[in-house]
Design a protein around this ligand. Sequence first.
Ligand SMILES: Nc1nc2c(c(=O)[nH]1)N[C@H]1C(S)=C(S)[C@@H](COP(=O)(O)O)O[C@H]1N2
Ligand SMILES: [Mo]
Length: 346
Amino acid sequence: MLIKSKPDILPSEITPESVYMSRRKFIVEGAGLALGVAAGGLSTQAFAADGDGLRARAPADVVRSAPAPWWVSKFASIAPAAEGGPFSTEETLTPYSDVVSYNNFYEFGVEKGDPIANSGRFEADPWSVTIEGEVDKPGIYNLEDILKPHALEERIYRLRCVERWSMVVPWIGFPLADLIKQFQPNSKAKYVQFFTLFDPSQMPGQRSRFTTISWPYREGLRIDEAVHPLSLIAVGLYGNYLPPQNGAPLRLVVPWKYGFKSIKSIVKIRFTESEPETSWNMLAPEEYGFYANVNPEVHHPRWRQDMETRLPQSLFGSTRMKTEIFNGYGEQVASLYSGMDLARFY
Ligand SMILES: Nc1nc2c(c(=O)[nH]1)N[C@H]1C(S)=C(S)[C@@H](COP(=O)(O)O)O[C@H]1N2
Ligand SMILES: [Mo]
C-alpha cells in the first residue's frame, strides 16, 4: 500500500482524541501558546528559592504567583537529575511555557489551550487519595501521609502522546513502586487502577454535553509494570509544583507508554485481580488498548506511529523524529513483555 508522505505534521493529525468529544470542531494548534500562559494566570513572580540545586527550573517570568502548596518545601532537598542515566534523558527540554500550556486534560476541555485556561482556580490542597481493593492497608489518606515517607527526585523523561507529538519534561516525584509498598497489596493484586477526581463544579469538561468519556477518567497498569523503577508518581515539574493543567497535585508518569496512560489528579488507587477498565479503551477498544506501549510498528487505525513531532513547534517548522519502541526505554522495559504479541496486546 502506498503511504503518502507529508512534509509536516498537520494540526488535524495531532488532535485526534478530541474528535470523540466534538466532531464538528476544527482545532487550531500552536498559535497563542504564549497567550495561553498569560491567560492562565501565570505571573512574573519568581518561584521561591526552595529547590536550589535542581537542574531544571521554570523560568522566573512564567511561574505561577499563587501561594505555593506546602509540599514545595520538600523540593529544597532534591538532587538534580543525573543526566544520561537510566532515569533521565539528555535530550533538550521542552520549554516550560509549552509544557504548561499545550495539554491534554479533557476534564478542563478538549483543546490544547483549555486546561490552562480553565484550571486557574482548581483546588489541589487539601487533597486525599483513597486506597482500596486487594490491599492490606486500605483507607483514605491525605496527601501529606502519602508524600511523607518518600524522598523526591528529579527525572527527565520523554512523553509521547498517541497524537504523535512528544515532549521532554523534568518531573519531580518518587517511584510508584514505593507508594505501592507503602499500602501493601496482597497476593491477589495483579493490577492497579487509578482514578482522577470527579468534580463537575471545578471541571467543565465533565459538564460538557459533548463528553463521551465516562467519568471519572481511569487508567491501569499490570502490577509488574507499576513497580517498574521507571513508573513515577509526579508532584512537580521544572523545579516547581505541578500546575493544575499538568495534573496537580499528583499524577502518574509512565514514560514508555502513550501519554494517555499517565493519568492526572489522582484521587483513588484500586488494586485488582483482573484487568481494570481504562477510559480510552472503554471509549474505543479497537483504537486504544490496555497496554498502550509506544510502538512504531503497531499503528493506531487512523495514525501511523513511526514518527513524532517534538515540541515546541515553531514558525519555521518542527522537529520530526523517529519514534522508538517503548519510547526509547526498551532496554529497561522490554523484558516485561517477553513472549507477548505486541500487535495483539496493543
Ligand atoms: N485525568 C486525565 N489524565 C490525563 C488526560 C486526561 O484527559 N485526563 N490526558 C492524557 C493524555 S492523552 C496525555 S498526552 C497526557 C498529557 O500530559 P501533559 O498535559 O502533562 O503533557 O496526560 C494524560 N492524562
Ligand atoms: Mo495523549
